[in-house]
Design a protein around this ligand. Structure first.
Ligand code: ADP
Ligand code: MG
Length: 238
């Protein structure tokens, strides 16, 4: 959660390096450079590349990715790579996210046994974000700092319940003290700076629903179980 990286992503010169294979939303690998020779790699998802969906408003997915990063910040959990809006991307408005160098064979199911506490955070995060698409491959182990980062948060923050995830290993388990404190801080942030950020990125009913999910999770005091009759696991799993 580096301010310097956010600045570079928000203001640096963007150059497209290539297409990302298998991206359903035409994601591109780009390099972002400032005048002084500092450069970084990023993933660029232009709004115009977004695949239309029946349940999410068109052209809103890239904003949800930024909202997901802001959520991780508000929780004070560095589990989403820096993600910013770019109105002036090379293919038009979209989002830029720090590229996380990782081994694609290492994903949620591979990491689970060794890092349960780290991965539980994604379960909590996904309940608050109402993540409708947490596949195992959306948890990356960064080579640089040996942390797990979540990606692909376009299908989040819908006003209606849509939690669809591979992370059900912690269902029914009580929140840890740390998780409870983070969620309590989040409710305060929702009334402050984070709430205002979300209001810029999402529809008003989606902001209200985010607050309701946070309060409901604190009130339940435990991670939810999959809902009956809803397809609560994404396909493919990885
Ligand atoms: N921040 C990132 N760092 C590293 N690789 C990424 C990042 N974001 C996406 N990718 C890679 O690009 C692929 C497509 O990205 P994804 O977010 O799944 O896009 P889509 O919106 O098309 O589903 C991912 O499977 C992953 O391999
Ligand atoms: Mg994807």
């Amino acid at each position: 959660m580096s301010h310097r990286i956010e600045e570079l992503l928000a203001r640096g010169d963007v150059e497209i390096r290539g297409r990302i294979a298998w991206s359903s939303n035409d994601a591109r690998l780009v390099s972002v450079a400032d005048g002084s020779g500092t450069a970084m790699e990023a993933v660029y998802k232009p709004r115009r590349g977004e695949q239309p969906l029946w349940d999410f408003p068109p052209g809103s997915l890239y904003r949800r990715e930024v909202a997901a990063y802001e959520l991780a910040r508000a929780l004070d959990w560095p589990i989403v790579p820096e993600t910013v809006l770019r109105a002036d991307g090379p293919l038009g408005p979209g989002m830029l996210q720090r590229f996380v160098d990782h081994d694609p064979r290492v994903h949620y199911f591979v990491l689970l046994d060794d890092r349960p506490l780290e991965l539980r955070r994604f379960a909590v995060f996904d309940v608050v974000a109402n993540n409708a698409d947490r596949k195992a491959g959306h948890c990356l182990l960064a080579r640089a700092d040996d942390r797990v980062y979540g990606i692909d948060h376009g299908l989040t923050f819908h006003a209606h319940p849509k939690l669809r995830t591979v992370i059900w290993d912690f269902a029914g388990e009580p929140l840890t003290d740390g998780e409870r404190l983070a969620l309590e801080r989040l409710t305060r942030q929702l009334d402050g700076a984070f709430g205002r950020r979300l209001a810029d990125l999402l529809d008003p009913d989606e902001v209200v629903a985010t607050r309701s999910r946070t309060v409901a999770l604190l009130h339940a005091g435990a991670l939810p179980e999959p809902e009956d009759g809803y397809r609560s696991v994404p396909w493919p799993l990885v």
